[in-house]
Ligand binder design. Structure first.
Ligand code: BEZ
Ligand code: FE
Length: 288
């Protein structure tokens, strides 16, 4: 007896074909991917032409990637997948600093800097100080925590995007929290900026009438012994695009005031002209 060929048989044939995959998790992921991808094609009655166009888009995305350009990360970001995976995997224990996306610009090592150093090597932006403590969830300070920081300049570009304008390491620093878990550094107040739009992801944003902007932010990764590292940002309170981040990464707890502070002795301590903008932000880590 011949069996009628249906699209569902095809799906199950593909799933059966990976039955012998030795790694059980790989088998589970590939089976789920096959079923969802096939269901997407069935439900949307995908045409040959549309699939060819999709493959052309993915090909162009791959061809746009270089050592300093990660178009696939960008695609994952604008489709909300990066934030979805991040949300599924954040352990959500109350009291710890919330995490958010890594983004595509953490691709070079941040230079090791002394506490208090200025990561704005070029100047021109509004000077500010960022300070805080790294704490375990029970409030115990975490001395020696490595705090990796990176941000775009006041024009909204990362060093790797402007190798002719910015020295390598501009806007980046690798700090070590002091004996009381404190960290502090100088920088400029970041600006909102558009994610790169000169590649396939930009085409996608234009085709869907979406803007490319991210609200002003500074990135952090804090890593302490015996604790789960956190990858996060602080967002500048009042920044444009806080409610429409192109990569869906804003969490209200991460929005921080960069207050104008008129305190000559504190300004002297930080080595910054008075008055100055000051963001205070504690990084609270979960025990591993
Ligand atoms: C960033 O904040 O560096 C970033 C995140 C996602 C996409 C593009 C840029
Ligand atoms: Fe960024």
């Amino acid at each position: 007896m011949t069996t009628e060929f249906t699209s569902h048989h095809l799906t199950e044939a593909v799933v059966d074909s990976i039955e012998a995959t030795a790694d059980p998790r790989l088998r589970e992921l590939l089976a789920a991917l096959t079923r969802h991808l096939h269901a997407f094609a069935r439900e949307s009655r995908l045409t040959q032409q549309e699939w060819e166009r999709a493959i052309g888009f993915l090909t162009a995305t791959g061809q746009t990637c270089t050592d300093t350009r990660q178009e696939f990360v960008l695609l994952s970001d604008v489709l909300g997948v990066s934030m979805l995976v991040e949300t599924i995997n954040s352990d959500g224990r109350a009291g710890a600093t919330e995490s958010t996306v890594l983004g595509p610009f953490h691709m070079t090592e941040s230079p090791v800097r002394e506490l208090g150093a200025n990561i704005d090597l070029v100047g021109g932006g509004e000077p500010c100080v960022v300070s805080g403590r790294v704490l375990s969830r029970n409030g115990t300070p975490l001395p020696g925590t490595v705090v990796d920081v990176w941000q775009a300049n006041d024009q909204g570009f990362y060093d790797v995007q402007q190798p002719e304008v910015q020295p390598p390491g501009n806007g980046r620093g690798l700090f070590t929290a002091d004996a009381e878990g404190r960290f502090w550094f100088r920088t400029c107040v970041p600006s909102p900026y558009p994610i790169p739009t000169d590649g396939p992801v930009g085409d996608l944003l234009r085709a869907t009438a979406r803007h490319p902007y991210r609200p002003a932010h500074i990135h952090f990764i804090a890593s302490a012994v015996g604790h789960t590292p956190v990858t996060t940002h602080i967002f500048v309170a009042g920044s444009d695009h806080l409610d429409s981040d192109a990569v869906f990464a804003v969490k209200p707890s991460l929005v921080q005031d960069f207050t104008t502070t008129d305190d000559p002795s504190l300004a002297r301590e930080f080595g910054i002209p008075n008055p100055f903008r000051h963001a205070r932000f504690d990084l609270v880590l979960n025990p591993a």
